[in-house]
Design a protein. Structure first.
Length: 94
């Protein structure tokens, strides 16, 4: 059930609806807000639209990095599992 959660991002209040736990929604909003505030300090711009685009790009970069790491981990697990299965099959014949 989607519950409304009021959050503040970059000084703007938003009412979000999500199936996620309220705590998770607040953490996600805080993550976005932190990116926006950090970028505002770095770039010294108040242009919310530019900051939002830059924050979206940074968050997307984080997501893609995590996805690459997850894919690499899955491949390593698959390779190790395959090697273990070959070892068991080979040793089982002795």
């Amino acid at each position: 059930m989607k519950s409304p959660v009021v959050v503040t991002i970059a000084g703007h209040r938003f009412t979000l609806r999500s199936d996620e736990d309220e705590r998770v929604v607040r953490e996600m909003a805080a993550h976005v807000d932190k990116h926006l505030r950090d970028l505002q300090k770095q770039t010294r711009t108040a242009d919310t639209q530019s900051l939002a685009i830059l924050a979206a790009l940074q968050i997307t970069e984080e997501l893609w990095k995590e996805r690459r790491q997850q894919a690499e981990l899955k491949k390593r697990v698959r390779d190790k599992g395959h090697a273990l299965l070959q070892f068991i099959e080979r040793e089982g014949r002795v």
